[in-house]
Design a protein around this ligand. Structure first.
Ligand SMILES: [Zn+2]
Ligand SMILES: [Zn+2]
Length: 152
């Protein structure tokens, strides 16, 4: 199922690592789509979230506080809910690079969030959001550096 996506060595390395972690995990979760109950595959989840480390992917997968959706349900069933959120706040900007962030892309990047959690993140204008993990890292790095400078 996930093999068609194996087109680079980085992904292959991550899958290998994740497979080892899964084997070492007691009570590895059988996940089903929250909406349609289709069985989910952790390796698909990994390949959709390649920016995450395998350890982080496993943590999210095992979390009792998260529900997952299959790609189709996320795309089609959540589309209308996302539209409703978009009516409240159309777009946001990355706190680091000021690029416009599209809600649908943001939703896809955070597909492990429940829709109400996604809504909370999106509508909380005081909380910075980012295009990607790279911008997030740079933002907090700069912030840490500037607070060090201020205290000197
Ligand atoms: Zn589904
Ligand atoms: Zn950015």
């Amino acid at each position: 199922m996930f093999f068609r996506k194996l087109n680079n060595s980085q992904l292959w390395e991550k899958i290998k690592k994740l497979r080892e972690l899964v084997q070492e995990t007691d009570n590895f979760k059988d996940r089903k789509c929250y909406a349609c109950e289709k069985s989910l595959n952790i390796y698909d989840f990994l390949s959709d979230n390649l920016e995450f480390a395998p350890e982080h992917v496993l943590d999210l997968w095992q979390s009792p506080f998260l529900e997952f959706h299959c790609c189709e349900c996320f795309k089609y069933l959540k589309f209308h809910e996302l539209e409703a959120i978009e009516e409240l706040v159309k777009a946001r900007e990355c706190a680091f690079c000021d690029n416009t962030i599209d809600l649908f892309k943001f939703g896809k990047d955070h597909s492990y969030l429940k829709i109400h959690e996604l809504k909370e993140e999106w509508l909380n204008l005081l909380k910075p959001i980012f295009c990607d993990n790279l911008c997030q890292r740079k933002y907090y790095k700069e912030k840490a550096e500037s607070s060090t400078n201020n205290s000197l």
